[in-house]
Design a protein around this ligand. Structure first.
Ligand code: ZN
Length: 253
């Protein structure tokens, strides 16, 4: 089989050192080592890799300012997850190999809490070396408007998950979030207004006739639907967005 070159550093890579990304490009193991343990090469493309490197660089600075050296941060899961409600940020720590030693560098990823699309506790069963069935539980969390790593799957106990869930519910004004805007529609005035606006925008865009072939889609109006949905996602999260953006700007400029 022909040798390949790493798309990042250019090094020639033999078969054993090849790592294929989701878009069928290849990088070398040394370049993979620079990623967070939450970087999944089966799901991430070369452009995600490049974005992730920027994400790590920015996260390191934010992590120092708002988590490691900040008493406003609450710590969960032995410090692997930290939430700073005041700064509107959440951080996930991880190091390759799963443990810290010999100067093994931690690679935090910091996200805006407002960008959390949803999260859940998932449970996977497997057999231990003694043949007994064991259950592992994970936090699985997804982010919108984020480049680089956009989902986190971290093993933790139900107790740790519940503590994080409680803290995030508090950050989201006590009503928590399940499935983002869908489950929240009808709950708040702002979201009822959103539904009304959306209905009139749908009419304006002529979506119904366009779908049945009776008329043309008004593209400009249709684009309004996309931004209306985006706005609605953040409608109850404006304060969280503002706090996070101010915090980020203070550190990264
Ligand atoms: Zn490389």
């Amino acid at each position: 089989m022909a040798k390949k070159n790493c798309e990042i550093c250019g090094a020639e890579i033999g078969l054993l050192k090849q790592v294929q990304l989701a878009d069928r490009t290849y990088i070398c193991r040394d370049c993979l080592k620079k990623t967070s343990p939450y970087f999944d090469n089966m799901r991430c493309t070369l452009s995600d890799y490049k974005d992730h490197m920027v994400q790590l660089e920015r996260s390191k600075k934010l992590d120092d300012a708002y988590f490691i050296k900040n008493k406003d941060a609450s710590s969960f899961c032995a410090g692997k997850v930290r939430i700073n409600e005041k700064a509107g940020l959440i951080t996930f720590h991880g190091s390759k190999g799963g443990f810290m030693m010999f100067g093994n560098t931690e690679l935090p990823i910091v996200y805006r809490i407002a960008d959390i699309r949803n999260y859940e506790l998932i449970s996977e069963r497997s057999r231990g070396t003694d043949g007994k069935e064991i259950e592992n539980t994970y936090l699985h969390m997804f982010f919108v408007a984020t480049s680089g790593v956009r989902e986190i799957k971290m093993q933790m106990s139900r107790g740790d998950y519940n503590n994080i869930d409680r803290k995030l519910s508090q950050c989201f004004g006590g009503h928590g979030l399940v499935g983002g805007i869908i489950s929240d529609v009808n709950k708040t005035k702002s979201q009822i207004n959103f539904a009304k606006n959306l209905a009139s925008t749908l009419k304006e865009a002529n979506v119904k006739d366009a779908l049945t072939g009776k008329g043309e889609l008004n593209v400009e109006a249709a684009q309004g639907i996309v931004s209306a949905v985006d706005d609605a996602f953040y409608v109850d999260r404006r304060q969280l967005v503002e706090r996070a953006d101010a915090a980020i700007q203070a550190v990264l400029g």
